[in-house]
Design a protein around this ligand. Structure first.
Ligand SMILES: Nc1ncnc2c1ncn2[C@@H]1O[C@H](COP(=O)(O)OP(=O)(O)OP(=O)(O)O)[C@@H](O)[C@H]1O
Ligand SMILES: [Mg+2]
Length: 338
């Protein structure tokens, strides 16, 4: 069969680059305890009942472990995982091609599943629910529809924008798991684990300093660990300690609250230029020259979680904490608004 360009079959023993840092099983997956508990029970039950896993939707901001979790579930169920993304499946024929090539029980992982083409999504409904696919054969007056039965499969969807998943699709997932930002302590464990794999000597305090400045996100923690390692190498330090981590992170423009350049650009615009708001997303987006999508998916969720901003019906508003963090005094008129 010709190789389908919309799909990539991941080898589970891939061990290069970022892949090497991915947690390989439930035990290695740090944090997210209740999400983990529920998925573990689901997988175990499916194995005992010798059936395939029910469809799962994984929601949460970028870099929190959705893709890693999908691979862990595949390994746990001992089945192949086929990876694709919403926008990559252009036609419903693509979807038919993918699903008919599956063996019983395999996993289709659709990343960015809030970006599925509506025509494709509609065909996913009967496939998810009853494992068949409606095919139209012939054209015009001679066209007739045929039901193509599919092997049972599991759909694992991932999305950074849960609110954009249509309700018919949402309803067909047997379980929705929401990943949330990690605590500093959980990220310290992630940093220690990655340092061990990458053979980077690091002290407990060094790991904690990186952890608490990683925006609650394991992917960022791993990235900062690598960058701080560069400073250790160049400055001929034999391990990363808190001082070196602090020094390197200052240079990397990651501040003490873990805000990076883009977070601060956004917050400074809201606080300084717009006096704390309320300001619309469009205005903020053009003011800092950043896509609305990036602001909504990457910047705002963390600032909201850290209570630096609030979203109101009239627009985005900075909190007194944001003023304090930027060292900007609040005027009496602003105080009344905030
Ligand atoms: N719970 C965890 N424990 C340890 N490491 C983790 C965990 N979650 C994520 N990571 C690390 O963070 C990296 C990014 O995770 P992953 O690719 O699974 O995130 P994602 O949610 O799929 O992100 P995106 O929305 O951008 O696709 C992984 O390669 C892994 O090294
Ligand atoms: Mg991912």
């Amino acid at each position: 069969m010709a190789r389908d360009p919309t799909i990539e079959t991941t080898r589970l023993d891939d061990d290069t680059g970022e892949e090497a840092l991915r947690p390989q099983n439930f035990e290695e997956f740090v944090g997210q305890t209740s999400v983990l508990d529920n998925l573990r029970v689901m997988a175990r039950s499916a194995r005992i009942r010798e059936t395939c896993l029910d469809h799962v939707l994984l929601c949460g901001p970028p870099g929190l472990g959705k893709t890693s979790m999908a691979h862990i579930l595949a390994r746990e169920m001992n089945v192949q995982i086929h990876v694709t993304s919403g926008p990559a499946i252009e036609k419903k024929g693509d979807l038919a091609g993918i699903l008919t090539s599956f063996s019983e029980g395999e996993i289709l992982f659709i990343d960015e599943c809030h970006r599925l083409n509506p025509a494709v999504e509609e065909n996913l409904y009967p496939a998810m629910e009853d494992f068949f696919f409606d095919l139209i054969i012939g054209e015009g007056a001679h066209a007739r529809s045929m039901k193509l039965s599919l092997p049972r499969f599991t759909l694992i969807g991932a999305t950074t924008r849960a609110g954009m998943i249509s309700s018919p699709l949402w309803d067909r997932f047997g379980h929705v798991a929401r990943l949330s930002y990690y605590s500093d302590e959980e990220l310290r464990v992630v940093v220690k684990r990655s340092a061990r794999i990458l053979e980077i000597p690091i002290s407990e305090e060094g790991a904690f300093e990186i952890a608490r400045r990683s925006r609650g996100t394991p992917r960022i923690a791993n990235r900062l660990l690598r960058r701080v390692r560069d400073y250790a190498v160049v400055h001929e330090r034999d391990q990363i300690d808190a001082d070196l981590a602090d020094f390197a992170l200052e240079k990397l423009e990651v501040d003490r609250a873990g805000l990076d350049y883009l977070d601060r650009l956004y917050l400074e615009a809201l606080v300084v230029k717009f006096g704390g708001g309320p300001t619309g997303l469009d205005t903020l987006s053009s003011s800092i020259g950043e896509e609305k999508e990036t602001i909504k998916e990457v910047v705002e969720p963390f600032l909201l979680q850290q209570a630096f901003i609030q979203t109101t019906a009239r627009g985005r508003m900075a909190t007194p904490q944001a003023f304090e963090h930027l060292g900007v005094p609040i005027s009496p008129s602003q105080k009344k608004l905030l």
